[in-house]
Ligand binder design. Structure first.
Ligand code: NAP
Length: 350
């Protein structure tokens, strides 16, 4: 099939660059437009962008001129890696102009008519697009990816919810500096240090998984009835968020049953066969000192989350360590995966 022309909003930033890298040889999508702030507009992408990734800037993108964040971009599918305050109104304007928008920004994640998607977890939530189009009167569409920590947590919780039910979740995160964008956290604040605060993060991690694990009811989502308590920390790791998670379940389960539920999880059949789907969304490791960011974050191209140290918890029922790549599964890779689902379901024409 001819590739679908796509654009990246905020293409010069940390997540924007990851989009450009992951889209380089994508079988369905081809980057035709890049857009960013006044600082970058009119420059060639390679000049405007302080490229941070170890692979070269793809040849087809190097010479694209950076354009303003305004409808008129020569594509019909857009990935947004904009800061939330800019992304909120811009994404609406693009959807109103008929574009399909897959957003990474937080502005619309909790809107009642915006699917907050992970293809393996809640592919059916795209039904909200009908409501969105009816209520907002636009022909485009807007779907969102969750916060990076919330995405990987939700993948880990989904098989436990299905098999045993969830009551309470407590997590402590150790989040990489790339999660703060570029230039992000000043080096003197983070080298040899831990910062026990990430503005707004805990609220997002406590709310977004409950929406993704919730049930479609009429024109909206009924949030899943469990509670989450999150402690979010920034640590001097470049990429990869590590979460220590304790979970209280509805039904009793042995550690072996929990490990089996995690390892056997494949997710919605609608995710099977999408170009970015990992072989297994959750990889369970047995080594007592894994997962670790530098060793495990690139598992299956960064699209699988890695769980280890699954053991009984004397306060809750079970505890484990869960690692995910924040700019791949937790941002650009997750959003591309969502776009693939939209194509497979027919919301975006091939
Ligand atoms: P970033 O590195 O600061 O990049 C921001 C991008 O937005 C740049 O391309 C920048 O363009 C552009 N931009 C900034 N202000 C703009 C304006 N007024 N008008 C137009 N473009 C503007 O941030 P990031 O980490 O990539 O994050 C992008 C979004 O993804 C945020 O909403 C963030 O919350 C979300 N997110 C990030 C992660 C992560 O791991 N980093 C994970 C999940 C979600 P210039 O280069 O021209 O300034």
């Amino acid at each position: 099939m001819a590739k679908i022309p796509v654009g990246v909003l905020g293409a010069t930033g940390t997540v924007g660059q990851r989009f450009i890298q992951l889209l380089a040889d994508h079988p369905w999508f081809e980057v035709k437009a890049v857009a960013a702030s006044d600082r970058s507009i009119g420059q060639r992408y390679a000049e405007a962008c302080h490229w941070l990734l170890p692979t070269p800037i793809p040849v087809g993108v190097r010479d694209l001129l950076v354009q303003p964040i305004e409808p008129g971009l020569d594509c019909r599918l857009l990935f947004s890696a904009l800061p939330s305050d800019v992304g909120g109104p811009a994404e609406e304007a693009f959807a109103r102009a008929g574009y399909a928008v897959c957003s990474n920004a937080s502005a619309h994640r909790m809107d009642g008519d915006v699917p907050l998607l992970i293809p393996e977890v809640n592919a059916g939530h795209t039904a909200l697009i009908e409501t969105q189009r009816r209520e907002r009167g636009w022909e485009g569409l807007l779907v969102a990816s969750a916060n990076c920590t919330g995405t990987q947590l939700t993948l880990g919780l989904k098989p436990l919810q299905e098999a045993f039910g969830l009551r309470q979740v407590l997590l402590v995160s150790m989040q990489a500096v790339s999660g703060a964008g570029y230039p992000g956290v000043p080096s003197l604040d983070i080298l040899g240090n831990v910062v026990p605060y990430i503005g707004g993060e805990e609220d997002k991690v406590e709310a977004e998984p409950r929406k993704m694990l919730g049930a479609l009811q009429g024109d909206g989502i009924a949030a899943a009835p469990f509670t989450v308590s999150a402690h979010c920390n920034r640590v001097p790791v470049r990429d990869g968020h590590t979460l220590c998670v304790s979970v209280a379940l509805e039904r009793e389960a042995s550690v072996d049953e929990i490990v089996a539920a995690l390892a056997d999880f494949r997710g919605s059949p609608e995710a099977a066969g999408l170009p970015s789907s990992p072989a297994a969304p959750i990889v369970v490791c047995q080594e007592p000192d894994r997962p670790q960011p530098i060793r495990d974050r690139d598992t299956d191209g960064g699209m699988a989350v890695v769980v280890g140290r699954v053991r009984a918890c004397p306060v809750f029922d079970v505890k484990f360590v869960l690692l995910g790549h924040n700019t791949v599964r937790g941002a650009a890779g997750g959003s591309i995966h969502n776009a693939e689902l939209l194509v497979a379901q027919g919301w975006v024409e091939r």
